[in-house]
Design a protein around this ligand. Structure first.
Ligand SMILES: Nc1ncnc2c1ncn2[C@@H]1O[C@H](COP(=O)(O)OP(=O)(O)OP(=O)(O)O)[C@@H](O)[C@H]1O
Length: 614
């Protein structure tokens, strides 16, 4: 070939068997979608006929005839615009060719199809597709027969064969034995309902005796204005179906950007952790995605939406939405509607908002950290655990404008046991809790927050009265000698209730260091060395790990502790202190180390022996 010779331009050759395999295995989720594609083609053909004739007949629809013992083919009839002989060759026999794109190759408004592959999905259940059609534009009817081997025939029907064929199209296919179940009346009904129950055209399922069952119901979820108000009960009923229980609330949704209308149902229970949003999306009344999780913003985890749209775009499989600008804009508008509902609830029905927050508090907590405006409305209705009981943040800041909180659940448990009601402390140990508490000064005028620690609270406990100070100090030093072996330091204080003799208290870092110590005892030399170095590191020592020790807080108001401060026999004193130590550990839900278990057994045995000897 010389440089001047025109290149030999040739089209790609397509092996239809490969295309069918591609569609069935990699594009569509399964063979059942063939019915959706047929219904969609019928619906588009009716739209095209209405355009062509300038009128729409309400009776135009689609009729599905399930296979019978007499007639093994599934027949699918529509009253659409039909096809001429030329169109059949052009549109049905060319993979990827569609009449539903405009001059600029964009999807035509009002039409559901656009990719020019839908009809091929029928090859997933049958080896031959027979299409008979009469065009509304005139001419004789035509028959197109396509096979999985990639061949097709076209013939014009005349005379007796043509008589009785009305304007519209009939697709016939004999399902392969392995797909026969899919074409049973029950399965066809289920599929037609799933995909097309909201299509605004008659969809009739033949029962075999010439009668038809109409499938479909009004798309109440997409109604607006007065019609919506009239359909309140039906919308509530749909909500029960979607949510599995009566929805907490029903919110009207609109997104003008994509002509999307629908309803969000607020869950009456918290969603399971990690659950997807599962919103139902219809395009032009046909189901696209029953579990779309990209329709609403992530934060709207408490709602399940059902919407119908003409502006959102489906993927080629028509089973998902394309993540594009229009979906983003829609998400924004629908999110704004849900947010507006929350705000309205706060102003108009605060008690109901409190109920909502009570149900969804876990998820809402993470949301509030990122949304100041919502936080302003919702935070006060969140409940928190405090040392004087569970209460709303509203009540907390009214009773204690200076909010004292702990960073961990462990610290909270320890502190809650010793602080008086006037110095209530809030448990900030649950997920997001401390972050929310720290933001309270920004949300409420005059509120301040303070993080409290175990050692700080211990320091603020009352000391014994002046007259008893010497005896208390002597008790501390005598008990200190006993507890040195377990690295614990006694501290004599006064706290309620007085029948509580001792408390084991330790800051978070001290507890971590104790855990590392226990691990060191159990692991080999390598880990032992690593864990040891953590305790010796400057950061740990500075943080208290090296110097700070766990405290056994002895209650000066307790009669046993007072007795111990008196003239008690050395052996009895030692054993009693050890028992108080172990008892405090157990009461604080601390795991006993080997040496503490031994301490418990020995102390009990010794005390019993001593008392028997007397
Ligand atoms: N029942 C029908 N009546 C009239 N024309 C039809 C019918 N079914 C298919 N066609 C014509 O055949 C073309 C190809 O149909 P096909 O279902 O393969 O793709 P599509 O509907 O255009 O797009 P999609 O792949 O998105 O469904 C259609 O664009 C339409 O012009």
């Amino acid at each position: 070939m010389t440089a001047e010779q025109a290149p030999d331009v040739r089209p790609f050759l397509v092996d239809l068997r490969g295309v069918v395999d591609l569609l069935s295995r990699h594009i569509y989720s399964g063979p059942h979608v063939f019915l959706r594609e047929l219904i969609q083609n019928g619906r588009d053909a009716i739209t095209a006929r209405a355009e062509h004739e300038g009128r729409r007949d309400a009776a135009w629809g689609v009729r599905i005839h399930p296979p019978t013992s007499v007639e093994p083919a599934l027949r699918f009839e529509d009253d659409g615009v039909g096809l001429t002989a030329d169109e059949v060759g052009e549109l049905l026999a060319t993979v990827g060719r569609s009449s539903k794109r405009d001059l600029f190759d964009l999807p035509r408004a009002g039409f559901l199809g656009q990719f020019g592959i839908g009809l091929l999905s029928c090859f997933m259940i049958a080896d031959r597709i027979v299409v008979r059609s009469r065009s509304a534009r005139g001419g004789d009817p035509v028959e197109w027969v396509g096979s999985t081997d990639g061949t097709f025939t076209v013939r014009v029907l005349e005379g007796a064969e043509a008589s009785g064929i009305a304007v519209g199209t009939t697709v016939s296919l004999v399902p392969r034995a392995d797909e026969a179940e899919l074409c049973s009346p029950a399965s066809l009904r289920e599929l037609a309902r799933r995909y097309a129950e909201y299509l605004p055209i008659p969809i009739l399922l033949g029962s075999g005796d010439g009668s038809f069952d109409r499938i479909g119901r009004p798309a109440v979820f997409a109604l607006t204005g007065e019609a919506r108000a009239d359909a309140r009960d039906d919308i509530g009923g749909l909500g029960r179906e979607v949510v599995g229980a009566a929805p907490f609330e029903v919110i009207e949704l609109h997104a003008t950007a994509t002509d999307t209308h629908g309803t969000a149902f607020v869950l009456p229970f918290p969603p399971t952790p990690g659950a997807r949003q599962a919103n139902r999306v219809y395009l032009g009344g046909m189901l696209v995605d029953p579990r779309a999780d990209e329709l609403l913003p992530d934060w709207a985890f408490f709602a399940r939406a059902v919407v119908d749209s003409t502006g959102l775009r489906p993927t080629a499989s028509r089973e998902h939405l394309i993540e594009d600008e229009s979906l983003e804009a829609t998400r924004g508008e629908l999110g704004a509607a849900i947010r507006a509902w929350v705000m309205r609830l706060a102003v108009e029905r605060p008690a109901r908002l409190a109920e909502f927050v009570g149900i969804h508090h876990l998820g809402l907590k993470s949301l509030l950290l990122h949304d100041d405006e919502l936080a302003g409305f919702i935070t006060r209705w969140l409940t928190v655990e405090t040392s004087i009981g569970v209460m709303t943040i509203d009540e907390l800041v009214r009773r204690h404008p200076h909010v004292r909180y702990t960073e961990t659940v462990d610290e909270f448990r320890q502190i809650a046991g010793i602080v008086p009601a006037s110095r209530a402390v809030v448990n900030g140990g649950y997920v997001h809790e401390a972050d929310i508490l720290r933001r309270l000064p920004l949300l409420f005028d005059g509120v301040t927050v303070e993080r409290v620690t175990v050692s700080g609270e211990l320091d603020s406990l009352d000391v014994p009265p002046l007259a008893d100070r010497a005896a208390a100090l002597a008790l501390e030093s005598r008990a200190g000698a006993v507890l040195a072996e377990v690295g614990c330091e006694p501290s004599v204080r006064r706290f309620a209730p007085s029948d509580l003799a001792s408390l084991y208290l330790a800051d978070a870092e001290v507890l971590r260091s104790i855990t590392r110590g226990a691990a060191r005892d159990m692991t080999g030399p390598l880990w032992s060395g690593v864990l040891g170095r953590i305790d010796e590191s400057p950061a740990t020592v500075a943080g208290g790990g090296g110097a700070a020790r766990a405290k056994l807080c002895l209650n000066w108001d307790n009669p046993l502790v007072r007795t111990l401060a008196g003239d008690v026999d050395g052996a009895v004193f030692d054993r009693t202190i050890r028992l108080l130590y172990v008892q405090a550990l157990l009461a604080g839900h601390r795991a006993l180390r080997a040496r503490e278990r031994a301490m418990l057994t020995d102390a009990l045995t010794d005390l019993v022996t001593l008392s028997l000897a007397r």
